[in-house]
Design a protein around this ligand. Structure first.
Ligand code: GLV
Length: 315
């Protein structure tokens, strides 16, 4: 008999969804008109969850499923999952690291270049015919500038290598100095911002990093500084960011993530010194395929009694 897996959102590509459906009985929660009723009716059947960063896997949900054994997350970040509740029940948690590192870092570089060189403004400048009346205002060169990277994990290190290729200097902040990276460590995020021209956020979300970037940090980044966020919206105090952008406390921002996705604050939408992306860090055909395969293969490995491919160590 097939094991039952609760699928939290519509994110798997057709081939990986087919693979999931071939191996498991699936409940597509996002398609259900009355998800609560479905959960209530099937609560004893569900042994696995295929989750995604945008949908909470709360203590309430975990406690409602007495036979849950594994949560297989389609994302490297897992701040949407109540890990404490999962651990209490001995529920395994897996994620999709490594396969998305370079695409996510590339998204950071795309934002960095787009805000610095006014790429989106330039595109609009041509389309609406403004070029016919004169040249666009100048942008700013990243070469020789300091990238202050918050979080020096896999994605942070990939961003650092790419920034080096653009002739930038690298400093970083994180919970501890990494012995295996050649960059300058600064444990205090405000001091990092003081030294940086680009503050680039690549750290995990969750309680430990909530509002790490506040009004003081933005002030330290200063009127020639850019904020790039490919981490989580929760890492930035968004009210402080909006004020800093309006007051020109900082020069601009490139954002892929927001506190209340998919809603983006109207103030940000109106600004021309920000570039806004709809959380597309890992959103390429190639990477999303590998992420989907990991989600399915972690579930298969668990129910076959084998070792998990990419377990979350903290769980
Ligand atoms: C996306 O945000 C991820 O954590 O992979």
């Amino acid at each position: 008999m097939k094991h039952t897996v609760l699928v939290m959102g519509n994110y798997l590509q057709p081939a990986e969804m087919q693979a999931l459906e071939e191996s498991f009985d699936t409940i597509h929660l996002w398609k259900e008109k009355d998800p609560e009723a479905v959960l209530q009716a099937r609560r004893n059947d569900i042994q696995g969850i295929a989750s995604v960063h945008s949908v909470p896997v709360s203590r309430t949900l975990i406690e409602a499923l007495p036979n849950l054994e594994i949560i297989s997350q389609f994302a490297v970040g897992y701040d949407n999952i109540d890990l404490v509740a999962a651990k209490e029940r001995g529920i395994a948690v897996t994620n999709t690291p490594d396969v998305l590192t370079d695409d996510t870092a590339d998204t950071g570089m795309a934002l960095l270049l787009a805000v610095s060189r006014r790429v989106c403004e330039g595109d609009m400048y041509v389309r609406v015919g403004k070029w016919l009346n004169g040249n666009m205002p100048l942008g700013w060169s990243p070469k020789g500038k300091v990238a202050g990277i918050v979080g020096m994990g896999r994605i942070g290190q990939s961003v650092a290598r790419k920034c080096e290729a653009f002739g930038m200097k690298i400093m970083y902040q994180g919970p501890r100095k990494k012995e295996d990276v050649p960059y300058v460590y600064e444990p205090d995020v405000q001091k990092l911002a003081e030294n940086a021209d680009y503050l680039i956020l690549t750290c995990p979300g969750g309680a430990a990093t909530r509002h790490l970037v506040n009004a003081d940090v933005l002030k330290a980044l200063g009127p020639k500084g850019f904020l790039i966020n490919i981490a989580r919206g929760s890492v930035v105090d968004e009210d402080a960011l909006i004020t800093a952008l309006i007051d020109k406390t900082i020069l601009g921002a490139g954002l892929d993530v927001y506190p209340d996705e998919p809603r983006v604050r109207e103030e940000l939408i109106k600004m021309d010194n920000v570039v806004l992306l709809p959380h597309i860090g890992s959103a390429t055909h190639e990477t999303r395929k590998m992420m989907g395969e990991l989600v399915v293969n972690n579930l298969r490995a668990h129910f076959a009694g084998g070792p998990l491919l990419t377990p979350v160590k903290a769980a």
